[in-house]
Ligand binder design. Structure first.
Ligand SMILES: C[S@@+](CC[C@H](N)C(=O)[O-])C[C@H]1O[C@@H](n2cnc3c(N)ncnc32)[C@H](O)[C@@H]1O
Length: 670
């Protein structure tokens, strides 16, 4: 009987959350230096079973690293049992396509490995048999498995032929040498610790930036190390006051006063620019904001998506378990995700990886594709597709039928896209290399379009800490402008009369309102022939209908927001739109479409049906007596601000602002 240990926060399944609480407020901050992403680093120490420490140690013993190419075998009965627990609640029905003969015959599938995996079907094996199998493989490494380098080295020195004097002398010399070595090591450690403390103190720069009370100053002078602790305590205390302001505030200080000093502390503690700290802080109540900042200091769990064109999740799980990977289904909401807790092998280089049985993909990246729900035999456009995580997911859902156009404007990134398409055995996809802005002209009439837009990345700060400092006001003008234009292009590329679809999904890995609700609202205003519909996703927070002075369409609550502190996934936004009528006059028509031909033949404009969303928006606008209830979408004004921001940014990047605008835009959006 295997008892399950209470999982740590990092190992909890991704999905519907525990509420953020104070326990989340005690993580050490991470500097804004770009995070290096390596598989090793992403490894989560928490085990599937037992305490984190004990398990990671024993796993290290049980699974020698050099065994990545070893023949599949069950390494530990305990581990197998644990994963079976996961299978019970998470693997009931994979709902995946059978592995078609085609897929297996594909020359780039490793036949041997597939055979092995087919044999490892858990359905066919009883629990007892599994336990028996597991017992055959002892947890302790056998003599054959482990090369004891110490034993080899000492053999010459301590052989039975040595005479005892020489042995003693050698022993003494050995001990002296060892002692010296340990002393040196210790001295070096002390030096390193000192340097680390100094560095921390420099990074926080507290003394220079913040006015401190006499008490705090006294404490600060005594040692540099407690600075962070002091700062943390003050942050927690200020949040406490802001949360129960009436009861706890000092009458001499206003709410704004508290908020400003809290923001300063947040910048110092976590390393954000004041601009971004304020922007992100404004999205949440103070306590939740802190949980958000904290969660950006630790990585999200590593997740892989089963490629159901090649295998089934249960089979993949078994194959990886046999290689010493500890994993579990990502949560009930996904039938293809596996969360990896620890791996004895590099997950980007296993035979299963090379054979395209899975792709390393963040859990939240599943969500836009699940919302789009592409159907078999449809014609689908992925406007910004590289490196293809979502394209290949769509191909799997469509069981390699129909046709996907996978487009990306960046040629280099498109190479990665092509690589993934080949590795994963995708056969229904055409890769193209246009600016997606051109798309309705290049081709239209799609059943569904995915726009996974380029964005500021404020949802993935845990992966790329440089976002903390390198995003400026100009980025939050330039990016939303591009996103708005791209979304219009996406809408115009869809066939409103599609028998099976007519849907557009807009997503970003950013949490800012400017890049999400505001972009969707702009599209609702400009395209009365679309309306927001439910995403069909079983978890996620509602999009804002109200943010600061802005008011959005009530249907904006159908959009979904994802936060690292709420669901332990990357920050994400997903909106789903249904096209209800033809593209309005004046908008670019899909080339070759009936509307395009009609326009070219008659020079006449096509009538626009008024959508529900539009009528509602008009009614609301009228009721408020305002011209534009949502405000802030004045194109001319927008363009002027963006031009100015672009010129400024170009000068900073050393580009001549007198260069043509289109060239400048191109160079900056690269
Ligand atoms: C968020 S990434 C897409 C990730 C991709 N959907 C996936 O799941 O692997 C955004 C992509 O948009 C591309 N991009 C940026 N501007 C574009 C444009 N105007 N037209 C087409 N692609 C663009 C970038 O090269 C980048 O690959």
């Amino acid at each position: 009987m295997v008892r399950k240990a209470k999982p740590s926060r990092r190992m909890t399944k991704q999905g519907p959350p525990p509420n953020p609480d104070d326990s989340l407020l005690s993580k050490k901050r991470k500097s804004a230096a770009p995070a290096k992403s390596s598989i090793k680093k992403q490894r989560v120490e928490a085990p599937v079973n037992g305490s984190a420490k004990a398990s990671s140690k024993s796993a290290g013993k049980r699974v020698p690293k050099a065994r990545s190419d070893a023949a599949p075998q069950i390494v530990s009965g305990k581990k197998t049992q644990t994963v079976l627990d996961g299978f019970e609640d998470g693997f009931e029905e994979d709902g995946v396509s059978d592995i078609s003969g085609d897929a297996i015959d594909d020359p780039d599938v490793m036949e041997d490995e597939l055979d092995g995996i087919e044999e490892a079907n858990l359905d066919d094996v009883s629990d007892d048999e599994l336990q028996d199998d597991a017992d055959d493989f002892d947890l302790a490494p056998s003599d054959d498995d482990v090369v004891d380098s110490d034993r080899e080295n000492h053999a010459g020195v301590w052989s039975e032929d040595d005479d005892s004097d020489a042995e003693e002398a050698l022993n003494a010399a050995n001990i002296a040498g060892l002692t010296q070595k340990l002393d040196n090591q210790r001295a070096q450690e002390l030096k390193d610790n000192e340097a680390e403390l100094q560095k921390d103190a420099l990074q926080t720069n507290i003394a220079a930036d913040l006015p401190l009370s006499d008490d705090e100053e006294g404490q600060q002078k005594s040692l540099l190390a407690p600075d962070l602790q002091l700062l943390r305590t003050r942050i927690t205390e200020t949040v406490r006051v802001l949360t129960s302001f009436k009861e706890l505030h000092d009458p001499a200080r206003s709410r704004n006063d508290y908020t400003q000093s809290l923001l300063k502390d947040i910048c110092a503690y976590y390393g954000y620019s004041p601009f971004l700290a304020a922007k992100l802080f404004s999205l949440f109540p103070p306590q939740e904001a802190l949980a958000f900042f904290d969660s950006n200091e630790s990585p999200r769990p590593m997740v892989i998506r089963t490629n159901t064109l090649r295998t089934a999740r249960r089979q993949l799980a078994q194959a990886l378990i046999n290689r010493g990977v500890q994993l579990q289904p990502v949560g009930k909401w996904s039938k293809v995700g596996l969360q990896v807790f620890e791996s004895a092998v590099p997950l980007g280089a296993t035979p299963e990886y090379l054979a395209g049985h899975y792709i390393l993909q963040a859990a939240s990246s599943f969500l836009p594709v699940m919302a789009l729900a592409p159907q078999e035999h449809e014609r689908v456009l992925d406007m910004t597709a590289a490196p293809g995580g979502k394209t290949t997911h769509m191909a799997a859902l469509m069981r390699n039928t129909g046709c996907i156009f996978a487009n990306d404007s960046n040629k280099d990134r498109a190479k990665g896209l092509i690589g993934n398409i080949h590795r994963l055995g995708v056969k229904n996809t055409i890769v193209c290399n246009y600016s997606a802005l051109e798309f309705p002209k290049v081709m239209g009439g799609f059943d569904r379009v995915l726009l996974d837009a380029p964005c500021s990345g404020t949802g993935v700060i845990a992966k790329d800490a440089s976002v903390k400092t390198n995003k400026t006001e100009a980025d939050f003008l330039r990016l939303p402008h591009l996103q708005k234009q791209l979304l219009l292009a996406a809408i115009d590329s869809v066939d409103h009369a599609s028998k099976t679809g007519g849907y557009i999904v807009y997503s970003t890995c950013s949490v800012t309102v400017e890049e999400n609700e505001q972009v969707v609202q702009y599209a609702l205003n400009k395209r009365p022939n679309v309306r927001l519909v439910p995403t069909g996703l079983v978890f996620g927070k509602e999009g804002f209908v109200k943010y600061e002075s802005k008011r959005f369409h009530p249907a904006m609550k159908e959009t979904r927001r994802y936060y690292p502190h709420s669901y332990n996934v990357d920050g994400f936004f997903v909106a789903k739109l249904k096209k209800t009528g033809p593209t309005p006059a004046g908008a670019v028509k899909p080339q070759g479409s009936a509307e395009d031909k009609a326009q070219q033949n008659n020079g006449a404009s096509v009538a626009v049906e008024e959508s529900e969303a539009d009528v509602e928006a008009d009614v609301e606008a009228g009721a408020n007596g305002e011209e534009d209830v949502f405000g802030g979408f004045d194109d001319e004004e927008d363009n002027e601000i963006i031009d100015r921001a672009l010129r400024k940014q170009m000068r900073r990047k050393g580009i001549d602002p007198r260069a043509t605008k289109s060239r400048a835009v191109k160079s900056l959006s690269r």
